[in-house]
Design a protein around this ligand. Sequence first.
Ligand SMILES: NC(=O)c1ccc[n+]([C@@H]2O[C@H](COP(=O)([O-])OP(=O)(O)OC[C@H]3O[C@@H](n4cnc5c(N)ncnc54)[C@H](O)[C@@H]3O)[C@@H](O)[C@H]2O)c1
Length: 417
Amino acid sequence: MGLRVGICGTGSFAQCFIPLIKAHPLVSKVVLCDLVPEKLQKASEEYGIPHTCPSLDKLVQMDVDAVALFTQNDRHAPQAVQALKAGKHVYSAVPSAITMAELTDLVRTVESTGMIYMIGETSYYYPCAIYCRDRFRKGDFGYAIYGEGEYFHDYSHGMEQVARSRFGDQWMRHVTMPPFFYPTHSVSMITGVTGAYAVKVCGMGVKHQVQPGEIDFTKVPDRIYPNDFWNEIMLCQMSDGSTARFIEARRIGYCHRPGSVGMSLYGSEGSFEQQIAPPDQAKGQWTAHHCVWSGKSPGSIQDVTDLLDCRSPDPKEAQAIAVAAKTGLGPEAFTSMSKVHPVQRLPREFVGLRNGHEGSHQFLVHDFITACVDRIHPPNNVWQAARYLAPGLIAHESAMRGGVLMDVPDFGAGSGV
Ligand SMILES: NC(=O)c1ccc[n+]([C@@H]2O[C@H](COP(=O)([O-])OP(=O)(O)OC[C@H]3O[C@@H](n4cnc5c(N)ncnc54)[C@H](O)[C@@H]3O)[C@@H](O)[C@H]2O)c1
């Protein structure tokens, strides 16, 4: 019998994942679950999934082997713990938790139940991360010296609409959630590449200079998060002796799509640098980044921008040919993949299906389903999830205390790395 998966939350992000989970050849049944009956019915009809359930409380009592959480980001840890304790494997959209206490409870619950937990960290399968991970493992970087990861998402780029849709008439109370309660897109860019994690952190924050006509959310009387920082920055001492700087910015003049997540990594032998750049319209290029590899000599410098370009294959394009060669399929193969994506790992059932976040969605779904079936912890397991999240939670505390250097608790690597 295949894996039976309950998808909890049929809101906006889940739309990208429902078809993939349903199409995976190792999945035999999908149950959709949402508190809002209209959303549930719409998704059920749209994706042809007859099995539905009105709440997570009910879902964990059903005959499903795994639960995939696409609920609001302040609910994930308690919901994951509830599902794990009910004997379900758990996939969670980021972030895993919003406090260290929640995170600790989550890790301990995975350890005590022996169930699979996976964080759906999209940055892990961004082409730049795959490219750097491969070259780091081959030794091309030497040892790591300094890394940078950033996630720039300005408030004007849909954040208010998202808050309104996620939290209804309570939306204003949620808006000042500290950016470092959601640090995983930037931190994973380095930790997911080198395997090193932050052991000490110094955090600082930048307040927003409220402009005429704007709402000053720091004045919302019953706001949930007493935080005034819209942009947060941390400097880390990493476990391998290197250093890293991460930024989560929510008030920043910067193009959001597709340039919002970026990284650079400098090693003793080689380095990778990524910068925003205008897409080359003539080449039909989608990427908004310029990427360069450099060793120590002028001849080693390489423009690797094309390697990282994600798009739907076009028969005339070299990128499509490279993807096709890996899969053995024609160039109509997988959607939105770069040349560096290891598409040969993916089930053929994903061909032609929607992908997202620079090719990452299909890999995340495949990792989770195979991890549950094989009962082997996936790369983005709970211990790794903690290493993506804890530095941000501690850095926010550091920022609130004027930037004091603080230790970052670590839960080890578990049995999955
Ligand atoms: N790049 C990324 O990794 C990325 C991108 C976008 C969103 N996300 C994450 O995805 C998550 C979902 O975002 P969204 O925009 O789809 O939110 P959303 O508000 O549109 O959807 C959440 C849904 O969960 C449902 N829900 C909440 N609690 C439930 C319960 N107990 N039982 C059943 N249903 C329940 C809600 O009714 C709602 O329909 C967020 O945590 C967000 O951080 C991640």
